[in-house]
Design a protein around this ligand. Structure first.
Ligand code: C2E
Ligand code: CA
Ligand code: CA
Length: 255
């Protein structure tokens, strides 16, 4: 009770006092081990309670209707950071940004995307918007139209946590998506030689000509297995945890 109220209260000032910030996890090309880009992950360093995981504070922000300014801040901040790193590290770098189902439906989200395009903050083709399969529950004409609108602005679309949510596969042909992120549970299965589902998902993605990213790769064993498949990218602690801006620059900015 007290923790929840305390958190909710401090969320109101979190954007101004800069206790909300983004961490960036590298996404790696499996065959070459080259850095393809980063995923922006929201962090909150609470003055009294320390770091609060996004799974805890994002639902709170949604309840307190603070999520819209936070979401829009995340998109702009991640795009500005990418623009800098394209100049200083590699012009081909990409950025993945998480979008919640509510956010996807909101008009301010579309306005933020339009702002990026008109102000030329960064090329939209280097931005991937990640959404979970739950978006498919709303498989209405409106959802499909909205996805086409986002695509027409030039952004890429990805399905996050693929294989863990909605069970129908029909949406894969209805939605104009570019990528599947294979959930960590399928990678974890490799530890017990359980790769039937992983193989099938990779085959499915390959047949649909989608880019594939394996998430939560922690072991050499999993990494070596993935290299034998047609999955193109991976992300996980074996290569790097989410990093601060300073740590990204320490590691990838060659002097
Ligand atoms: P997600 O999008 O599936 O993000 C991946 C999560 O897995 C991250 O947790 C990351 O730190 C963690 N991870 C990465 N590699 C490994 C690994 O090898 N092993 C393990 N055990 N974990 C790994 P994080 O940062 O706590 O984020 C949790 C979730 O919060 C995200 O899941 C995403 O759904 C949500 N989230 C984070 N940032 C944002 C945001 O800016 N906006 C929205 N709407 N949601 C966000
Ligand atoms: Ca994600
Ligand atoms: Ca995920």
């Amino acid at each position: 009770f007290t923790r929840k109220i305390q958190l909710e209260r401090s969320l109101f000032t979190a954007l101004e006092d800069q206790s909300l910030y983004l961490a960036y996890q590298p996404i790696i090309e499996l065959q070459t081990q080259a850095v393809k880009g980063f995923e922006a992950l929201l962090r909150w360093n609470h003055t009294a309670l320390g770091s609060i995981p996004p799974d805890e504070f994002i639902p709170l922000a949604e309840e307190a209707s603070l999520i819209t300014p936070i979401n829009n801040w995340v998109i702009i901040e991640a795009c500005e950071q990418l623009a800098k790193w394209q100049q200083t590290i590699d012009p081909k770098l990409t950025m993945a940004i998480n979008i919640s189902p509510h956010q996807f439906q909101s008009d301010s989200f579309i306005r933020t995307l339009q702002h990026i395009v008109t102000e030329r903050l960064v090329s939209p083709s280097s931005i991937t918007l990640e959404m979970t399969e739950n978006i498919a529950i709303l498989q209405t004409q409106r959802t499909v139209e909205r996805m086409h609108l986002i695509k027409s602005l030039g952004f890429r679309l990805s399905i996050d946590d693929f294989g863990t949510g909605y069970s129908s596969l029909q949406y894969l042909s209805a939605f104009p998506i570019d990528e599947l992120k294979i959930d960590k549970v399928f990678i974890d299965g490799l530890a017990t030689n359980d790769h039937a589902l992983l193989d099938s998902i990779i085959q499915l993605g390959h047949n649909l000509e989608l880019n594939l990213v394996a998430e939560g790769v922690e072991t050499e064993h999993a990494l070596n297995y993935l290299k034998t498949t047609s999955c193109q990218h991976m992300q996980g602690f074996i290569f790097s945890e989410p990093l601060s801006v300073q740590d990204v620059e320490k590691r990838f900015l060659t002097p």
